[in-house]
Design a binder for this molecule. Structure first.
Ligand code: AMP
Length: 443
């Protein structure tokens, strides 16, 4: 089958590999010359991924029969709608269904209207005066979010990124005046305390088929310090749970996702494609932090490396609206992913620097390499402002998968930064201990 894949990051490299593994001829549209995608795809076009007309034209010219869109920007621009209109079944949500990610106010209102469990207190405000009033009502235990897309970087947690009421109001003023995230609106929401986790699910408009739980690490520096980023690395456990997450809690989070898919259907915004749920596991169970209308990045690298079924078939079934649990099985293994990023990533990335990737060395260590936002020029790989390379280890335990990744990382060099603490035993033990305390009611 001829399949179009849109996007040029490591998430999309993992998508392209999974499609090719299931025998498809992949055609890619991406803005950067990702060497991994360029090599595996039968053809590719360097293009602005938001340019619906050009992407659809390319898909048509290649006789594409199915499409998958990786990043959120093109979903917001209506790329799935354009592809579907051109008669190409698409395993990614329409612009309307993607509002679950592209509008945080839409998401919070949807959950509250349909009384989905896991909802939290929130206020939607459009002015500094309303923001001040909302702060008086909710108190300082809150998080400030521009309603639109900010690549995970617009969210400010009070007590961490913003310390005083004045700081919150000043940030509000900035969001309103600069229209950060594309509109002059803020969602102020209750600050949740617990451990974060991700569950991704294949959705066909009605049903959800969940994947193993993953934990990402958004902070740029070791010890979960520093600015929020797109994600620095992630891990998953052999049984699909996490060291601090039990089966009942996992099921409760999946139920929330199924209810959201049901709510979207009732709102005439059928959701077909991969859905990403980010939850805070609290004393009361999982609570919704956000939804994404696509795979997570890095989390896609964990689950797609573990996928033991035909990914093309899964995408077809999502697009057709008839997926079942039998369509998706995963290896009984743990996975660890660490991102190699340019020095300064999170504040001011060193873009345009050469990085040396010894692919053979990485694969000899038993690890999988996914190229991210890099550009290949004359056989050399150069950084951009975003993340560079994802390295994944698969093994029976998180511990040995982590060691595989660390060995593989010795084969990548340049002006780069890696969070080596991700998935190390000490870190996992600390999370389990912290969650036990939270369960006992001690924050
Ligand atoms: P988001 O872009 O919504 O994923 O937010 C980025 C990060 O901000 C999350 O990974 C959390 O660490 C933090 N965050 C977002 N919402 C909340 C919340 N309601 N309570 C506590 N932390 C949050």
């Amino acid at each position: 089958m001829r399949v179009l894949a849109v996007g040029g990051g490591a998430r999309e490299h993992a998508i392209v590999e999974a499609l090719a593994r299931s025998g498809s001829d992949v055609y890619a549209c991406l803005k950067n010359n990702n060497p991994g995608i360029a090599r595996t795809a039968k053809g590719h076009l360097l293009v602005d991924e938001h340019d619906v007309r050009k992407v659809v034209e390319y898909a048509r010219s290649k006789g594409v029969e199915l499409a998958v869109v990786g990043p959120e920007g093109p979903l917001e621009a209506g790329l799935s709608d354009g592809l579907i209109k051109a008669g190409i079944p698409t395993a990614s949500p329409t612009q309307s269904a993607a509002r679950i990610e592209t509008s945080k106010s839409f998401m919070r209102n949807l959950l509250s209207k349909h009384r989905v469990r896991g909802s939290i207190k929130f206020r939607i405000v459009d002015s500094v005066r309303d923001l001040e009033q909302a702060l008086d009502e909710l108190g300082m235990g809150v998080v400030v979010k521009p309603t639109g897309l900010t690549g995970g970087k617009g969210v400010k947690v009070v007590g961490e990124h913003l310390m005083t009421k004045q700081d919150v109001l000043a940030y509000g003023e900035e969001v309103f005046s600069k229209r950060i995230g594309g509109s002059a609106q803020i969602v102020l929401e209750e600050k949740l305390v617990g451990e974060e986790l991700t569950i991704q699910a294949f959705c066909d408009g009605s049903r959800v088929v969940p994947m193993p739980a993953v934990q990402d690490h958004k902070r740029a520096y070791e010890g979960d310090k520093g600015p929020n980023t797109g994600g620095m690395g992630s891990y998953s456990q052999k049984d699909g749970l996490l060291p601090f997450l039990n089966r009942g809690e996992y099921d409760a989070a999946v139920k929330i996702m199924a209810d959201v898919v049901g709510a979207l259907k009732k709102e005439n915004a059928e959701y077909r494609g991969t859905m990403y749920g980010q939850f805070m596991l609290t004393k009361e169970g999982p609570r919704v932090i956000e939804f994404n209308a696509r795979f997570g990045d890095p989390e896609a690298m964990n689950v797609l490396s573990l996928l033991n079924s035909d990914f093309t078939r899964i995408c077809e079934r999502m697009a057709e609206g008839n997926i079942s649990k039998r369509d998706a099985s995963f290896l009984d293994k743990a996975s660890v992913c660490k991102y190699v990023v340019p020095e300064g990533y999170g504040t001011k990335s060193l873009a345009g620097e050469e990085i040396m990737v010894d692919e053979k060395g990485v694969s000899n260590e038993g690890a999988i390499l996914y190229y991210a936002s890099v550009n290949e020029k004359e056989g050399k790989v150069f950084t951009t402002t975003s993340r560079s390379v994802g390295v994944v280890g698969i093994s029976d335990t998180i511990d040995s998968a982590e060691q595989t990744v660390e060995r593989a990382l010795t084969h990548i060099s340049g002006k780069i930064h890696v969070r080596h603490d991700i998935a190390k035993k000490d870190m996992l033990d600390a999370k389990v201990a912290r969650m036990a305390k939270i369960r006992e009611g001690m924050p």
